[in-house]
Design a binder for this molecule. Sequence first.
Ligand SMILES: Cc1cc2nc3c(=O)[nH]c(=O)nc-3n(C[C@H](O)[C@H](O)[C@H](O)COP(=O)(O)OP(=O)(O)OC[C@H]3O[C@@H](n4cnc5c(N)ncnc54)[C@H](O)[C@@H]3O)c2cc1C
Length: 575
Amino acid sequence: AQIYEDVSELPTFTFDFVVVGGGTAGNVVANRLTENPNFSVLVVEAGVSNAGVIPSIVPALVSELLPRTPYTWNFTTTPQAGMNNRVLDYPRGFILGGSSSVNGMFYTRGSRDNFDRYANVTEDPGWGWDNMLPYFFKNEKWAAPSDNHSEIGQYDPAVHGHSGINSVSLNGYAWPDSDARIIQTTKDLPDKFPFVLDMNGGVPLGVGWFQSTIGHGERSSSATSYLGPQYISRPNLHVLLHAQVSRVLQATENSLHFNKVEFSQNKKTLYNITASKEIVISAGSVNTPHILLNSGIGDKTTLERFGIKPLIDLPSVGQNFSDQPVTTNNWIANATDTMEFYTQNTTHFNEVFAQWNNTRTGPLVDSIATHIVWLRLDPESPIFQKISDPSAGPHTPHIELALNAGAAGGAPGIGHFFSSATAVVAPLSKGSVTLNSSNPFDAPIIDPAIFTSDFDVFAARTAILKTQEFLSAPAWRGYIVGPAEPLASALLSDAALDEYIRNTSISAQHPVGSAAMTAKSAGWGVVDPDLRVKGATGLRIVDASVIPFAPAAHTQAPTYAVAERGANLIMGDWK
Ligand SMILES: Cc1cc2nc3c(=O)[nH]c(=O)nc-3n(C[C@H](O)[C@H](O)[C@H](O)COP(=O)(O)OP(=O)(O)OC[C@H]3O[C@@H](n4cnc5c(N)ncnc54)[C@H](O)[C@@H]3O)c2cc1C
C-alpha cells in the first residue's frame, strides 16, 4: 500500500511475512507473496528511496552511484593478500532495489552446468537448468531496444521471457565502428572466438551481443519493476525504509521458531515486528550472514567469543564466500566513435543528456558494454596439472571479456579507447564474512580472499592475453593503436602481468555462497533446498547468499531466478 519513511507510519506491528531487505531478491518475494490478497507483507529496508535518483535511472551514469555514495553500504574489505594487501571498496546497494539499483545492469544467467550443479549439491532437481528456466522467464520482460533497431541475429527470442516483470533488452545505441569489428572477428577467428547468438540459452561460450536490465532507456531494478505502481498499490504490501535489521528473534526462549524481526532507524531505539507466518531474510551475501550471526546462528565457538548466545551451531554461516575478480584493460583506439565523445567533452555530454531526457535515446541509454566474450581455458593449460577444473562443466566458461567502445574503469588519458573488462567467472578463491564486534550495527569483516588461488591469477592473465589475441584479428587493423598504460608495460612479461592484475583488479561485486543451500543431509551449508535455515523454523533465506557456487555470470539474473523459485516454494507451503 505504502512506502513508509518512519516506523510511526506503520499500520500494525504484525504481518504474515516480514522480508528483511528490499533488494533484488526481497522485492521479488514481496511482490509474489502479495499476489495473494490474504497475505500481508512488510519489507524492512535499511537504505534510501530510489525515487528520483538520476544516476540510478540513466543507465550510462551508473558510475556516479559508486563506490561510496549515499546509495551504497560504506563497506571495505580486509587487506587482500592476493592483491598486494590492497583494501578494496565493497559497495552493495543501500537503496530500495538493493544492488539492482546500483549495479552494471549486465543480464547474464550462467550456464546449464551451473544450475545442474546446484541441483546436484542440493539433491533437488528443482534447482537444475530446465526447471529454473520458467523462473527466469517469470522475471524477464523482454523489451525492444530504445533505438528500435532490428534484433534479428542478435538474440534468440525462444530463450527469453516476454511477459515477466523486469525489463531486459539489447543495447539501444550502436557504436558502428567497433560493433562491426567485433562481429567481423568472429568470422576472422571463428575457431577461437565463435559467434554465440544468445549467451543466455544455457551454453554461453562465444562472442555475443550484450543484454541488460534496461527498458526504454531506463534502468529496470527490482524497485522499478517488482514494486512498480501496479504492485505497490496493493493494500497488503508495505515497505519501511531507513530501517536496519539487527537480529531475528525466537518466538519463545526455548524454541527455535523465529517470528520477530528487530530493527532500528537510528541504530539505538529498537523495534520488533512479528511475522505470523515466516521471516524471509533477503539482505544479500554480506548482510544476510551478518544478521544470522548477530542472531546466534553460526559457528558456536565464534559466537561465544563475541558474547552472543549460540542458538543454532551452523559453522557455514558467512563461509564459502565466493566472489569474482575483474580487471579493467584499455587499448588506444584510432577512432572518434567511442564513449569518450561525451565523457571527455562537457558540451557533448550536455547534448546527450538532453537527448536522453527528451527521447530516451542516444548513448546514455546503455550500460558499459557492447558484447561479451565467454571462454574456457585451453584444457592443456599447465595450471590443470596441479588444479582440477573448477568450472561447473564442459559448457561453462572460466573467463569473461566484456568489450566496450570506450575506456573501462576511468580513461587512462585524453583520447579514444577500446576496453575489455576481464573477469574470472569460475573462481576457486573463497573468503568469508565474519563478526567484527557484538554490536549488530557495526559492519562485518569482509574478506573475499580474491586471488588467493593460483588458478584465479592464471585465469585472469589468460583473459587479458585472449583479448590481445582477439584484437590482433585483421578486423582491428587501423583501429587498435595498442594497449594503453599501465597495461602496455604489464604485457612485457607474465610476472609484470601478474603484478598488474594484483595491483589493479577489483571485485566484480558478485559474492555468493555465504548462506549456501545444500542437501538436507549435507555436512555443510546454511539452508536446505527449500531455503529454510537448517535447524530453525519460520526462517528462510532468499537472496544471492544461498547460491552455493559462483555462476559463470554476473549474479543478478541468477538471483532473480532463485528469488522467483524461492517465492514459489513459500507460496506452496501456505496454500
Ligand atoms: C556495484 C555493483 C555492480 C554490479 N553489477 C552487476 C551487473 O552488471 N550485472 C549483474 O548481474 N550483477 C551485478 N552485480 C551483482 C548483483 O547486483 C547482485 O548479485 C544482486 O543484486 C544481489 O541481490 P541480493 O538480493 O542478494 O542483494 P541486494 O540486491 O544487495 O539486496 C539486499 C538488500 O538488503 C538491504 N539490507 C541489507 N542489510 C539489511 C539490514 N540489516 N536491514 C535491512 N535491510 C538490509 C540492502 O540495503 C539491500 O537493499 C553488481 C553488484 C554491485 C554491488
